[in-house]
Write a protein that binds this ligand. Structure first.
Ligand SMILES: O=C[C@H](O)COP(=O)(O)O
Length: 232
C-alpha cells in the first residue's frame, strides 16, 4: 500500500514528505472534503518537494459541470500535479459521471498522457445523495481514469468504515482491480483501522486527520507520518 497524505501548505508537505508519504496531495479542507487549493499553492508544494515525490491535487467536490471541472483539472495539471483528483459529489447518474470523467481525462491527458486522473466517490453517498460508489469502477475504466478512490463526503468525524464494512470495501477494491485501475481508500481513517486496511489491501490509503493527531483542522505532524509508515 502507498501512503497519500493531504497537506494544505508547503510546510505541511515537507512534514508529510520527511515522514515518508509516497504521494503529496494538495487540498483545501475549507472548501470541502476534496476542496481545491490555489494554483500557486500547488506550485509552491511542487517546488518544496522538488520532484522527490509525486504531487496530487484535488479540484473539488463537484456538481455536474463537465466544462468547469475539465478547466479546473487542466489548471491543477499545469500547476504541477501528477495526480488530479475529482470528487463526484452532486452527480447522480451514470451518464453524468461518464461525461464528467471523459472530459476531465481528455483535458489532463491532452496536456500530458502520463498524468493520472483520480475519481473519488463517497462512502457516505447515500446521505449526500451522490452516485453509488459501486458504479465508479466500470464508469472510471470507460472514461480512461487511472485511480478510483473512496472518501467521506461530510467530514464530521464519521469514518468510511461506519458506512462500508470490510466485505463491501474488499468487493469495491476487487472491482477496481478487475477494471485494471488502482484503488485508494480514505475517509477519517484511524491507526486502529490498519489491520483491516492491510486485509483489504488497496493500492493507496489517503489520510489527513490521522497524521494531524485526530483533528484534520490541525497541522500534519511528521512523527505521526513516520509512525503510520512504520505500522503500514
Ligand atoms: O485524501 C484523503 C483525505 O485527505 C482524507 O482526509 P481525512 O483522513 O482527514 O479524512
Amino acid at each position: 500500500m502507498k501512503l497519500l497524505v493531504s497537506p494544505i501548505s508547503p510546510e505541511e508537505a515537507i512534514a508529510a514528505h520527511q515522514g515518508g508519504a509516497d504521494i503529496i496531495d494538495v487540498k483545501n479542507p475549507k472548501e470541502g472534503s476534496l476542496g481545491a487549493n490555489f494554483p500557486w499553492v500547488i506550485k509552491s508544494v511542487k517546488d518544496a518537494i522538488d520532484s522527490r515525490k509525486p504531487i496530487s491535487a484535488t479540484i473539488g467536490d463537484f456538481n455536474f459541470k463537465p466544462g468547469t471541472a475539465s478547466l479546473a483539472a487542466l489548471g491543477a495539471a499545469v500547476a504541477g500535479a501528477h495526480y488530479i483528483k475529482v470528487g463526484l459529489y452532486d452527480v447522480q447518474t451514470e451518464e453524468q459521471a461518464l461525461e464528467m470523467l471523459t472530459n476531465i481525462t481528455k483535458s489532463v491527458k491532452d496536456l500530458d498522457p502520463d498524468k493520472k486522473v483520480v475519481v473519488s466517490g463517497y462512502s457516505d453517498y447515500k446521505r449526500i445523495n451522490s452516485i453509488s460508489l459501486h458504479l465508479l469502477p466500470a464508469i472510471g475504466a470507460q472514461a480512461g481514469v487511472d485511480v478510483v478512490m473512496v472518501d467521506t463526503g461530510i467530514k464530521d468525524g464519521r469514518s468510511t468504515f461506519e458506512f462500508m464494512d470490510e466485505d463491501e470495501l474488499t468487493r469495491f477494491t476487487g472491482a477496481i482491480r478487475e477494471q485494471g485501475l488502482e484503488s485508494a481508500l480514505a475517509g477519517t481513517l484511524k491507526f486502529e483501522d490498519l489491520p483491516v486496511l492491510r486485509r483489504i489491501n488497496p493500492d493507496i490509503i489517503g489520510v489527513r486527520g490521522m497524521v494531524c493527531g485526530g483533528d484534520r483542522t490541525s497541522c500534519i505532524q511528521e512523527e505521526l507520518v513516520v509512525k503510520l509508515k512504520n505500522e503500514m
